[in-house]
Design a protein around this ligand. Structure first.
Ligand code: PLP
Length: 408
């Protein structure tokens, strides 16, 4: 039975607080957001308490310090993703904002009527609705890679697609509902041969899975700081320099211009062209601290332990009568969705909450995927580096009790 180091837990003050308050706390909702280490919390507090100021224009010391810290965070993200240039990193408010920016600014200007965008039915709504919106505006067509009955992308069918009108593939790396790990290498390889651009939604994967945007030859990648042990309100859009340069701005106003006249303006170069107005300064600097934290961890070792913990969790959940785990993938991550015969997922989550066990229930912003499985909702437990076998035992034990309660 694997046990992740308690040392990891000591970095996250929320555990100590719950323990002091004698409140049971089993946090298994990491796909929604991760907990924050003290170093991130302290970094954000330091900004507000020691050098709170706006960036890029102030010439006094704290404004210079804030500007430098903001741009240092960009460089940290660049190195984390192995992007070729810091200008390829745009700060947004999250994956959703990054995808909306791409739909509006890239697809809105680069695609023509009749062009096609290839997605999958397992996309988070953030990687579906913006494409629906822009398709309606521009008469583009959405197409979908098929899923098999177990929710696996049928990549062997890629070659049967008439790719002549496909201009973009936007695909999730790790499904936030099934935990399936999609083979983005194969998808990118197929797309490159056909001069199709690829966006990878790495919201669930970038934290622990090494993603080298140059090695994988990604055109764009999106992710959210709050799922990477960083603050809420900050996200990342990676884009190859040549694409970002060719795209028009998304939001316009201050801080994204070169020269403004009464009737027209010219725009700053990327990334500032896409960062209009006062950006999330504290959040970006906090994200920089989260990247430092991730670099300090032995991520391959932790991922290995997390894989073992997930296998253990799957075994324990399978021992609960009438519990069915959604999806069977050869490669899966630390996200487990399940249903229990006749018991509504919201009842499961509500009962677990009474024992201090935090999971999620609902459609997980993947309604088409739910439809694929013929259900409206599922319960979802998602693990991270600080979870333990004891927490899994608590979850499985509570699920057994819920099953007996509803069956009696
Ligand atoms: N994509 C995936 C795979 C996600 O899991 C999520 C959030 O859960 C998003 C996109 C949207 O992220 P955010 O809400 O941080 O913008």
């Amino acid at each position: 039975m694997p046990t992740l180091s308690t040392d990891i837990r000591s970095h996250f003050p929320i555990f100590a607080w719950h323990s002091r308050e004698k409140k049971p706390f089993y946090y298994l909702d990491n796909a929604a957001t991760t907990l924050k280490p003290l170093t991130v919390i302290d970094t954000v507090r330091d900004y507000y308490s020691k050098y709170s100021s706006n960036i890029h224009r102030g010439l006094y010391p704290i404004a210079v310090k804030a500007s430098n810290a903001y741009e240092d965070a960009r460089t940290k993200v660049q190195h984390f993703l192995n992007a070729a240039h810091p200008e390829e990193i745009v700060f947004t408010s999250g994956s959703t904002a990054s995808l909306n920016l791409l739909a509006s600014s890239w697809a809105g200007h680069m695609l023509q009527e009749g062009d096609e965008i290839l997605l999958s039915p397992m996309e988070h709504h953030a990687n579906l609705v913006p494409w629906q919106q822009i398709s309606a505006q521009k008469n583009l067509h959405l197409r979908f890679l098929p899923l098999d009955a177990e929710g696996n992308l049928q990549l062997d069918q890629l070659d049967s697609f008439d790719s002549s009108s496909i201009k973009l593939i936007s695909i999730v790396h790790i499904s936030n509902t099934l935990g399936h790990i999609n083979d983005i290498g194969t998808i990118i390889g197929w797309a490159k041969k056909r001069d199709i651009r690829v966006i990878v939604d790495a919201a669930q994967s970038v934290t622990l899975y090494p993603l080298d945007v140059q090695k994988l030859d990604m055109d764009f990648l999106v992710c959210s700081g709050h799922k990477m042990f960083g603050p809420t309100g900050i996200g990342i859009l990676y884009g190859k320099k040549e694409w970002l340069q060719a795209m028009p701005p998304y939001l316009s106003g201050g801080d994204m211009i070169k020269k403004v006249g009464l009737y027209e303006s010219t725009f700053a170069d990327p990334p500032h062209k896409f960062e209009a107005g006062t950006p999330p300064i504290a959040e970006a600097i906090g994200l920089g601290a989260a990247i430092d934290f991730l670099n300090y961890l032995d991520r391959p070792a932790l991922l290995n332990e997390l894989d073992q913990l997930t296998t253990y969790a799957m075994e324990q959940l399978r021992s609960v009568p009438d519990l069915e785990i959604l999806g069977k993938a050869p490669k899966r991550s630390h996200i487990i969705s399940f249903t229990m015969n006749g018991i509504h997922p919201h009842d499961i989550a509500t009962f677990l909450a009474q024992d201090g066990i935090a999971i999620r229930a609902g459609h997980h912003c993947t309604q088409p995927l739910m439809e694929h499985f013929g259900i409206g909702a599922s319960a979802r437990a998602s693990l991270s580096i600080y979870n333990t076998a004891e927490e899994i035992d608590a979850l499985a034990g509570a699920l057994q009790q819920i099953q007996s309660f509803f069956n009696s």
